[in-house]
Design a protein around this ligand. Structure first.
Ligand code: NAD
Length: 359
């Protein structure tokens, strides 16, 4: 039986990870450690007292003493680190919190893990020779790829272009340094764009869905031709689980969805799906009477091209052969299927996203 500390477990991917893990490993202890920033939602997780081995700690990962206390109290052997400031636009207008959480916060966790797992004396229950620190990183650390060039593999040089990706790159280096210098058992994954249930509605896919329902303009940056590889969130979670169980300490793994689309393609596919949903479901007309565009089958007319994001990367692409060959991981959810499931989830969970957006 494992004891997991999941940082950022009240955010999008962390929430999906926690639900998956509790279902697959009901005997394990799962402690979520989350500061509940604007992106975190306690209600996305099991309610207090409903799961015997689930615990929630409301705190900041920069508080090293608190992390150490929680790890000791729960005899944590596995730390899965999702907590981050994650929205590129916010990193452009306010980079400081990105450096604070993504760099200082990650270092705080590494210090705590080193203290508990490597330095704790026997009389206090340590050390923990069997431990794992998994760091969740992004494909954005590799920067923008020239069209036609092969995807970045795990050894590609770093070239971050936004304060967000620069802060994630710095945290990756710290994780690597703690593995090399202190012998901490770490793994790192670089993942492409995720989508799915519990996605905060400021990101492209949930923003498009909720703007159609709210009859708001759908902003698309620049010419809309930026290429992203979309991965359904449960596939990401499965990949992390595979790395925790079979990955080699000290290694990094790329995780991609094999669904490369332009932003315009993504938005148009959502509009078509929403038009179909409104055509097939009279209840949606009653629940979202303001969504006139979707009722008339014209959600596309809400699209507005807006000034491009400064430093906006044109293309991300990953070479994912390593995780496929070494760990046997391949994503299972095709984009159209994942998109339909995601739209259904947002239609069924209006209260969740209304609370997140204060509409
Ligand atoms: P998110 O923004 O939805 O959630 C982040 C969570 O971290 C929130 O619950 C928030 O409250 C918490 N948090 C933020 N600062 C904290 C702090 N100082 N202390 C404790 N908790 C704090 O993020 P997400 O989309 O779920 O991403 C999770 C991780 O995956 C991030 O590290 C991100 O860089 C990485 N990632 C995301 C994507 C994606 O498409 N969303 C792709 C690749 C990698």
């Amino acid at each position: 039986m494992a004891s997991l500390l999941v940082t950022g477990g009240a955010g999008f991917i962390g929430t999906n990870f926690v639900h998956y893990w509790l279902k697959q490993h009901p005997a394990d202890t799962v402690v979520v450690f989350d500061a509940l920033t604007y992106a975190g939602n306690r209600h996305s997780l099991p309610a207090p007292g409903t799961h015997p081995r689930f615990h929630f700690v409301h705190d900041n990962i920069c508080n090293t003493a608190s992390v150490i206390e929680v790890m000791q109290a729960h005899r944590t052997d596995t730390l899965v680190h999702f907590a981050a400031e994650s929205h590129v636009d916010r990193s452009i207008t306010g980079p400081d919190t990105f450096l604070e959480t993504n760099i200082i916060g990650t270092h705080s966790l590494l210090k705590a893990a080193r203290r508990v797992w490597l330095e704790m004396p026997k009389e206090q229950g340590g050390p923990f020779p069997e431990h794992r620190f998994h760091h969740v990183s992004t494909d954005e650390v590799f920067g923008s790829l020239t069209p036609g060039l092969p995807g970045s593999d795990e050894h590609a040089p770093y070239a971050p272009n936004s304060p967000y990706s620069a802060s994630k790159a710095a945290s990756d280096h710290l994780v690597r340094a703690y593995a090399r210098t202190y012998g901490l058992h770490t793994t790192t994954s670089h993942c492409s764009n995720n989508y799915g249930p519990y996605h905060y509605p400021e990101k492209l896919i949930p923003l498009t869905i909720t703007h159609i329902l709210n009859e708001q303009a759908i902003p698309v940056f620049g010419d809309g031709q930026h290429l992203r590889d979309w991965l359904y969130v449960t596939d990401h979670v499965r990949a992390i689980a595979r790395i925790l169980q079979q990955g080699t300490p000290g290694e990094t793994y790329n995780i991609g969805g094999h669904n490369v689309l332009t932003n315009t393609d993504v938005v148009h596919r959502i509009c078509s799906e929403m038009n179909h949903a409104f055509a097939a479901r009279p209840d949606l007309h009653q629940r979202f009477p303001q969504a006139r565009a979707a009722q008339r089958g014209q959600a596309q007319s809400l699209v507005r091209f807006v000034d491009d994001r400064p430093g906006h990367d044109r293309r991300y692409a990953l070479d994912t052969r390593k995780i496929q060959v070494e760990l046997g991981f391949v994503p299972q959810i095709a984009f159209d299927e994942g998109l339909r499931t995601t739209i259904d989830w947002f239609l069924a969970n209006q209260a969740w996203w209304r609370e997140m957006t204060n509409h």
